[in-house]
Design a protein around this ligand. Sequence first.
Ligand SMILES: [Zn+2]
Length: 325
Amino acid sequence: MTEWKNGIAKITLPTPFPVGDVNVFLIKGERLTLVDVGVKTEGSWNSLKEQMAELHLHPDDIEQVILTHHHPDHAGGLDFFPASVEVYGHQLNERWINPTEAFFQEQEAFFRLYFKEFGLPEEYFPFLSKLRNTLKYSCNRSLTGHLSEGMKPLGLNDWEVIETPGHAQSQIALFREKDGVLIGGDLILAHISPNPLLEPPAPGETERPKPQLQHNDSMKKLLAYPIQYVYTGHGEEVYELEALIGKRLTRQHERAMTVKNWLQKEELTVFKICQRLFPTVYQRELMLTISETVAQLDYLSSIGEISSNNKQPVLYNLQGNLKIE
Ligand SMILES: [Zn+2]
């Protein structure tokens, strides 16, 4: 049963992805706002209509959409909304929700470069031309306006934007100070740790983002806010935020230390490490597992445990163990 709780209604929509259902949120403000919209499938759209009907509302009543981030399970359904609905989010949503041929090519070129650096065998390169298919359930829609750190969205004077990059470069959270409610997108989920997905650099930047480091910083950043509970992008609310953040950081550190131990014995490429970390899924979920592997290496580099050489492919080894040839 969909119902209001302190001016927020949680709506759970189906997706065709392994993650399962996605949560979107109606906020009763000066403008009726929907935070995230679900994926672009008829099933999701019908479910949204049915659940809004329980509140005596229809998607036509929505005045604005706010995106927590650009992933298709959160943003794809935008195509179902009339053009009059305003859409707000971090400016880095734009290249994904309104992708151009130039962006597809940029994305392909970015990953081609890194596939070489990571030591992926030739047989995996044809995958690059299929990258654009990952937006099959996404949309072609433009942002009406941008949201960034500290802003109050139009018509939602109680709410403040917190930038929380990591899982997506475009990710934001919405915080309501008066009762400590956070709508957190996929920054923190009750049962799973979100993937620190690799993305091309932001327009105008040249360096590759390091999503795991950003993600850890984003989680730590939340500790400075008086958060009572978090509405998450998938699954249940999070009440014990501080403890869960501690647990997530510890787990990630432990996974990284496993990788460090392997590097104690031999130099390895990203791909070799990926195969060891995810022996049964790396072929099926190449981008997710490569991202998760790079995450551990970025982390170990950031704390000074490992270093890499400038070879092609790049080999990682323990800090101080670097062979000069
Ligand atoms: Zn998600």
